[in-house]
Design a protein around this ligand. Structure first.
Ligand code: NAI
Length: 349
């Protein structure tokens, strides 16, 4: 069966010289473990004209440091809520890794009490200062923080679900790395769809669709173990860092890759294929299975990005028995996390 993502990647790109090819990107939480290496990677992007580095601490130092890199993007640091508006004004893409990370023994949901308020405040800033921007949320729990941002933007009358994303690229990156290792393939040539949400069992790698395929003789137990490793890979890093935080370097790599996809799509170099945790209004539901669209208003899906954001939700493709079982088993948790976010936003500050 034709792989829709590969099919789209093969479509020739169409460049329009009249349209902008470089954009202002605002990074909120820029001085943190993810924010610092991500600042560096964004400064290296040929699609970034201006890089606004915002945080509540330490941005002058990060901005001074990154600004000395001999690449074209103009860098400015913004410190504290008084400067949030200036950081956001004119931004085409806002990336949000602001908030606390996990420590050993914590789930992503344990971060909710602190990060929910941070994301709400920053989404209010987006609504006020750059309501047309694409917004990519990294702050955990992504399953809840994206619905929070959506509610805030909706309340302000500026929600465009085609431009709001939870960044789940790290799950895809991990699946590519692990399947590459297992099959002896360069991970850049590996393709593994990862859908669902971004926490534990809600992370649903579709290993049956992996390219190259998993070894034919691989046992069901080994496949299950691989699925479990992808789902728990974040915890592997949290434990190895032993209290010093969660994934930062691999996350910065993943976020830079996702940002690159967004900026290429904005520049008209689309269509660009990606995975992202998005809201599924009927308008976006063409490719998603009816069950997904009906039961789960937010779901990480394969999408086609164009100038307008998500232009098409691509089909999930066939799920094997193990994947279908996992899908059924995770729905309640994902829905609960979505509702928690929606209710938090409804309560207001
Ligand atoms: P960190 O603690 O090193 O950095 C967070 C930064 O956010 C700090 O510099 C802090 O000053 C800043 N911050 C706090 N409140 C802020 C506000 N109101 N406005 C702007 N900045 C603010 O944490 P790290 O390791 O960078 O992780 C950040 C978030 O990303 C965490 O929530 C973590 O769970 C999440 N994460 C998400 C992943 C994903 O796949 N989506 C993967 C790894 C982490």
């Amino acid at each position: 069966m034709a792989d829709p993502l590969n099919r789209i990647q093969k479509i020739a790109s169409h460049l329009d010289p009249a349209k902008p090819r470089k954009f202002k990107v605002a990074l909120l939480g820029a001085a943190g473990g993810i924010g610092q290496p991500l600042s560096m990677l964004l400064k290296m992007s040929p699609y970034v004209s201006d890089l606004a580095l915002y945080d509540v601490a330490n941005t002058p130092g990060v901005a001074a440091d990154v600004s000395h890199m001999s690449t074209a993007a103009r860098v400015r640091g913004y410190l504290g809520p008084d400067q949030l508006g200036a950081a956001l004004a004119g931004a085409a893409l806002v990336i949000i890794p602001a908030g606390v990370p996990r420590k050993p023994g914590m789930t992503r949901d344990d971060l909710f009490n602190i990060n929910a308020g941070i994301v709400r405040g920053l989404a209010e800033g987006v609504a006020r200062h750059c309501p047309g921007a694409w917004v990519a949320i990294i702050s955990n729990p992504v399953n809840s923080t994206v619905p929070i941002a959506a509610e805030v933007l909706q309340k302000a009358g500026v929600l465009n679900p085609a431009k709001l994303f939870g960044v789940t690229t790290l799950d895809v990156v991990r699946a590519e790395a692990f399947v590459g290792e297992l099959t002896g393939t360069d991970p850049r040539d590996v393709h593994v769809p990862v859908v669902g949400g971004h926490a534990g069992v809600t992370i649903l790698p579709l290993l049956s669709q992996a390219r190259p395929p998993l070894p034919a003789g691989m046992s069901a137990e080994a496949r299950k173990a691989l699925m479990g490793r992808i789902q728990d890979a974040g915890t592997e890093v949290v434990q190895a860092k032993a209290g010093a935080g969660s994934a930062t370097l691999s996350m910065a790599y993943a976020a830079a890759r996702f940002a690159d996809s967004c900026l290429r799509a904005m520049a008209g170099e689309g269509p660009v294929a990606e995975y992202a945790y998005i809201r599924h209004p009927p308008r976006l539901g063409s490719g998603a299975s009816a069950a997904v669209a009906a039961d789960l208003p937010y779901f990480s899906s394969p999408v086609r990005l164009g100038r307008l954001g998500v232009e098409e939700v691509l089909p999930l493709g066939p799920l094997d028995a193990m994947e279908a079982e996992n899908f059924a088993a995770m729905k309640a948790e994902l829905l609960g996390s979505i509702q928690k976010g929606v209710e938090f936003a409804a309560k207001g500050p």
